[in-house]
Structures are given as structure tokens and as C-alpha cells.
Design a protein around this ligand. Structure first.
Ligand code: MN
Ligand code: MN
Length: 464
């Protein structure tokens, strides 16, 4: 038998850390310090846009509206209603020869306040919530929570709220039943253990004046009026989001992982944004999407289904002087995209849901999904073999570890990303992101090795 037959023929799956030298390990860890810092500053889509704007401007990016014309090497961004953002570096090639898009999302599962949130019951004041995205409701009780968002008064004045993050701030929580009295609750199915209507945020307990009815509610309104100059009606035009108050941290004795809220999909947002900041000149115009509303189906004018993205690319065509009738369609048909969204990491404790030979493992590099969907690939955007080969070649020639996997076993479940939206326009798209444990939980886990692999992958894609 040929001595190296196994090496030559078998696709070996190796742990990435095994080949990392001291200098590379330092690069990985220092990159992830920046990432952890980002997670702590950007817990909502609006905050992510704010931080991304700061990062972009300090790297020479300017609002596209400040340009009359664009030329190769120009760096621009466009912010859509403070909740989603597109960035671009104009390439030396014309846009009609195709653009290279990386698209992530910056919204994460959370609890939103209802339009009329504040009420009082039996000595406590609460906010009513309506959950956003796919959550396991029981995970959101008995943890410290913070409130982030905006209140827009009828006169248009916008008040930014961020309370529960600073060590001097109070935090909030949602209570759960003591085990001693939970006999009935414990008999329920896990998904029914906590009702959506019971996810009420505990806010306070001091009455304003014992003689008034709803005196605790009144006291809270008085505090909010002093702090933000608002009245109860101003909640009607607010977007306040309840997110975990705990900080993202390094995880493990070896500090090899990151634990934090909202890594789906801010891990791909941060790594793609950082990769874009490291670029100077590119051949194909490089476009970075930070989208909103992915967790609830990408609808609306800040979601990826909206025409706002087409408008942005049209503006690039207009300002480079390239535009002509129907050119936008051609641009999309000749473009390539990495849909940068997280993948389910193989969890040995729950190994039953994964096909071990087709699962993404933490620490083995960037995870690609040729397709997502559910059941018989329903709703899948299935990347063409030719395009998968192009991406493979890119990764292999740049010596970047990768794994091509499926979300889980056939018929166990499924999921989707923004991939299909761009694929429907004619773009070649593959899902390409970081494997995550405890996805959609208040505290998600990633491997620092994979986070850095994502950064390297996105950089290589734009430099291709
Ligand atoms: Mn996602
Ligand atoms: Mn998700």
C-alpha cells in the first residue's frame, strides 16, 4: 500500500488549535479581546450600528451622501434608519463585473416592550414584554437584564436608553416559581413551562404616595420623567429591548472560547467589519451588510427583504458613473456572496440532534453550509457546486481551516439566513459563519479559533 494513501485521499478533520504557534495564538486572543469589547458595547442593532459607524469613520469611511462621485479606493457607508448599515470599498473593476458581498445580521433574540408596557400588581411595578425571535422562554427568567433602545417623543425628540450595563446601574429581572410550589409547572412541556404573557420585567416596589391608586406605577413614571423627561404615552413610540445584563467574557481555564449574548450574529458582523477595515485596494467592489430583522424573517424596511439594499447598490452605480438601464440586475447576476451567519456547533451533551460526520465542530475553523432549510431542504438556498469549489479553493489557497456541514440531523429541525434573499436576485451565495453552542440562549459560546478564522476568511474573500 502507498505509504501516504490515507493523507492523500481522506478529508481529515483536525482541531485548529493543534497547528497554532505562539504568535498566531497571540493574534487570535488579541483579536477576540476586541470582539468581546464589541459585544459589550453593541447589544442591540441600533448600538451595533453606532459602534460600526465609529469604527468605519476612524478607518476613513464616509457617509455616501457626502460624495458626488465615487472612484476606485473610496470607502463609503450608508445607515438605514439607525438599524442596519451597508459599507463598501469601490474596486478597480467596474461593478458590472460583479461585487463581493458579505452579509451578517445585527439583531438578536430578545424581549421587546409592548406598546403599553407599564403596570402595577400586588406591590410591584412591571413592564410587559413581547419576545423577539426564537427563544426558549424559560431561559429568560432569573437572570440580570438591562433595557436598551430609544423613546421618540411626539415632537420627534429621540431619547437613547441604556440602563443595566454600568456597575452603578440597577438591573432588572423576570421571576420564576420556587421549586417548592412548581409541581404543576414541572409537569408541563418545557416549551410551555413559562408563558410568553408571563415574561414581565420586575421594575420597582416603592409607592409614590400611599393614598394614590397605582402608586408604585406612578413612582416609576415619576422617576422616568425626571431621568428622561417622558410620560407614559411616550412608550407608544419607543423601541425598548430587554437583553441580558451580563458581560461577554473569555470562557475556560485555557480562555479558548467566548461566552456572551448576541453572538448570533454579531460574531459575523464584527469579523466581517474588521476584515473590511483591514482592506486598502480591492479588485471587485467589496460590500459589507449589517442587516436587521433576520431573527424574525428579514421583513420590513430595515430587513434584508427590503429594497434599501438595491437602492444602495444603485447609488454606487450612479456615483461611479457606471449606471444604465437594468444594470443593477446584471451586477447581482455576476456577484458573489458569503452569507455570514452562525452555524450550530456540535454539542457532545446533545449529540443526538447532529450527524457527527456532517456537523460543525468548535475549534475546527469557519463553518460553511451549502444549504440550510428544513425537511427536504424546504426553503433552502443551495449553493451551486461550482461556487462551493470556488470558495474551497479560496480557503485552501489561503491556508484557512474550514468545515462544510449541516445544521443538524435530517428532519430534526432547520433554519435559515439571509442567503436566499440575495441568491434570489442572482448572486452566488453560500452560508459561511462561526459555529455556536447554545445558539439563541442569553449566553452563547464560540471558539476564539473560529472567530479568527472567520476574520481571515472574510478578508481573503474580499481580497480575491
Ligand atoms: Mn443568525
Ligand atoms: Mn439566529
Amino acid at each position: 500500500m502507498e505509504e501516504n494513501l490515507k493523507d492523500r485521499l481522506m478529508n481529515k478533520k483536525v482541531v485548529g488549535w493543534g497547528n497554532v504557534n505562539t504568535r498566531e495564538k497571540e493574534d487570535i486572543f488579541s483579536f477576540c479581546n476586541g470582539y468581546i469589547n464589541f459585544l459589550n458595547k453593541a447589544k442591540t442593532e441600533r448600538e451595533a450600528v453606532c459602534v460600526a459607524k465609529e469604527i468605519a469613520e476612524s478607518n476613513g469611511f464616509k457617509d455616501i451622501s457626502t460624495f458626488n462621485s465615487l472612484k476606485s479606493g473610496d470607502k463609503v457607508y450608508f445607515i438605514n434608519r439607525d438599524k442596519s448599515m451597508y459599507l463598501a470599498i469601490i474596486g478597480s473593476e467596474k461593478l458590472e463585473h460583479g461585487i463581493h458581498i458579505i452579509g451578517s445580521h445585527i439583531d438578536s433574540p430578545r424581549l421587546d416592550l409592548k406598546p403599553n408596557p407599564l403596570y402595577e400588581d400586588s406591590g410591584f411595578a412591571y413592564f410587559k414584554t413581547h419576545y423577539y425571535g426564537g427563544i426558549k422562554k424559560y431561559q429568560w427568567t432569573t437572570i440580570p437584564l438591562s433595557i436598551h433602545g430609544v423613546i421618540v417623543k411626539a415632537n420627534g425628540e429621540k431619547i437613547t436608553v441604556n440602563i443595566g450595563e454600568s456597575d452603578n446601574d440597577p438591573i432588572f429581572t423576570i421571576t420564576d416559581l420556587l421549586p417548592h410550589l412548581a409541581q404543576d409547572q414541572m409537569e408541563k412541556k418545557l416549551k410551555n413551562g413559562i408563558d410568553g404573557e408571563d415574561l414581565n420585567l420586575l421594575l420597582g416596589s416603592i409607592p409614590y404616595d400611599d393614598k394614590e391608586s397605582e402608586s408604585i406605577k406612578l413612582n416609576i413614571l415619576n422617576i422616568l420623567n425626571q431621568k428622561y423627561n417622558i410620560t407614559e404615552a411616550d412608550f407608544l413610540s419607543s423601541e425598548l429591548e430587554i437583553v441580558p445584563a451580563f458581560k461577554a467574557r473569555s470562557l475556560g481555564f485555557d480562555a479558548s472560547m467566548v461566552a456572551g449574548y448576541g453572538q448570533d450574529d454579531r460574531v459575523c458582523a464584527y469579523t466581517s467589519l474588521s476584515a473590511m477595515m483591514s482592506l486598502e485596494n480591492v479588485k471587485n467592489t467589496a460590500v459589507c451588510i449589517l442587516s436587521d430583522k433576520e431573527e424574525i424573517g428579514s421583513m420590513g424596511n430595515t430587513g434584508m427583504e427590503s429594497h434599501m439594499f438595491d437602492y444602495f447598490i444603485s447609488e454606487l452605480l450612479n456615483k461611479t458613473g457606471e449606471n444604465r438601464v437594468n444594470l443593477l440586475d446584471k451586477v447581482f447576476c455576476f456577484s458573489k456572496m458569503l452569507s455570514s451567519d452562525v452555524d450550530a456547533g456540535f454539542d457532545p451533551i446533545y449529540s443526538g440532534v447532529s450527524d457527527r460526520t456532517n456537523a460543525a465542530f468548535l475549534g475546527r475553523g469557519i463553518g460553511l453550509n451549502k444549504y440550510t432549510g428544513a425537511r427536504g431542504k424546504s426553503g433552502a438556498s443551495d449553493a451551486n457546486a461550482e461556487y462551493v469549489a470556488w470558495v474551497r479553493n479560496l480557503l485552501e489557497s489561503n491556508n484557512i481551516k474550514y468545515q462544510i456541514s449541516e445544521l443538524g440531523k435530517v428532519d430534526v429541525g432547520g433554519g435559515g439566513t439571509i442567503a436566499y434573499i440575495l441568491a434570489n436576485k442572482g448572486v452566488d451565495v453560500i452560508d459561511c459563519g462561526v459555529p455556536v453552542l447554545s445558539m439563541h440562549a442569553p449566553y452563547e459560546v464560540t471558539s476564539k479559533y473560529d472567530v479568527y478564522s472567520a476574520y481571515k476568511t472574510y478578508k481573503a474573500f474580499w481580497e480575491a
